[in-house]
Design a protein around this ligand. Structure first.
Ligand code: NAD
Length: 307
């Protein structure tokens, strides 16, 4: 039969690509509830959905930071039926810590972490009762391995990992599946938004050396990484579809093979030296951090036999 899939954050990026991919499935396996915080931003999704709009794809309002909005959306579905939740809504933040205020950090957690918590609280009891369901969460490789100037964003994705890892065991008891999708860089609005904010950022709050590292090394590096090894939202959507239809979906899936060795470093060395040294060298001991990091990625990848 068809499965009802609720996706959050569908006005752009991965959420939009996934909602459309599922709705246009040739085998017609899905009914998609594509949700977004602000319905005024529905145009891009409507255009991409084309003929599937109001057939296999319906658009609903859902703000991940608001319990009432989540409940209203779920209550509006017949039998409150959601077979698959894709928790995708998320925001980014980069820069030196001194230049960011705590309330912005709390806002980020309110979406990236508590948004997930709210949705799971609303939907898991139904799934447990039905003894079926699949909760899919957009995590990140930064939920496994931190990255400089991504301190708070990475922390929010780590929080997501801890939450899912803990809950997955209970869910399993009730035949509810959980999967963390962990993309590396994906070329979406996300990156653009984060850069725009970084450009506007008042770097006078930090010392000159930190400001220089951020502007002249980090931003350049990050930009090049996105455009050389970044995936498209479509690629991530395709992989997510495969995870949804999989008979025995994994608990974790990294979408970008190139990043697997990087995240494996931390498991290879419990003292933490290996990843710390690798990142330090990558960033501070090479004129061309980008080239260095790519070659480190490739060497690791080869050594570990393309894990
Ligand atoms: P995006 O900015 O295009 O999409 C994020 C969506 O979430 C947007 O449509 C935004 O409006 C929505 N959103 C934000 N706050 C919301 C709220 N309170 N309620 C409902 N929706 C809200 O970026 P994306 O890259 O498609 O990001 C999707 C997910 O993928 C995020 O969780 C992000 O952390 C994760 N991710 C992105 C990358 C990347 O490089 N782009 C890498 C790894 C993981």
């Amino acid at each position: 039969g068809t499965r009802k899939v609720l996706v959050t954050g569908c006005s752009s990026g991965i959420g939009l690509a996934l909602a459309v991919r599922l709705a246009k499935d040739k085998l017609r396996r899905f009914k998609v509830v594509a949700t977004m915080r602000d319905l005024d931003k529905r145009e891009a999704l409507e255009r991409a959905a084309g003929k599937s709009l109001n057939r296999s794809l319906e658009i609903r309002q859902l703000d991940a930071t608001c319990e009432d909005s989540i409940r209203e959306c779920v209550n509006s579905l017949s039998d409150r039926q959601v077979d698959v939740l894709v928790n995708n809504a998320g925001v980014g933040m980069i820069g030196p810590l001194e230049c960011q205020n705590v309330s912005a950090m709390q806002e980020l957690f309110n979406t990236n972490f508590f948004g997930l918590v709210r949705l799971v609280k609303e939907l898991l009891p139904d799934m447990k009762r039905r003894q079926s369901g699949h909760i899919i969460v957009m995590g990140s490789v930064l939920g496994i391995q931190g990255l400089l100037f991504n301190d708070v964003y990475a922390a929010s994705k780590f929080a997501v990992e801890g939450f899912c890892e803990s809950l997955a065991v209970q869910a399993m008891k009730f035949n509810v599946k959980m999967t963390l999708v962990e993309p590396g860089p994906v070329v979406t609005e996300f990156e653009k938004k984060v850069y725009e904010e970084a450009e506007k950022m008042d770097l006078s709050e930090t010392d000159e050396e930190t400001a220089r590292i951020f502007r002249q090394i980090y931003l350049k590096y990050s930009h090049e990484v996105f455009y050389s090894v970044g995936q498209t939202p479509k690629e991530v959507a395709e992989k997510t579809l495969q995870l949804i239809v999989s008979k025995n979906p994994p608990f974790r899936h990294q979408t970008n093979r190139l990043y697997r060795p990087l995240t494996a470093m931390k498991h290879a060395d419990p003292t933490g030296h290996l990843p710390l040294d690798a990142f330090y060298k990558m960033i501070f001991q090479h004129d061309h951090m980008f080239n260095a990091s790519l070659s480190i990625l490739r060497i690791l990848h080869r050594r570990m036999g393309a894990a």
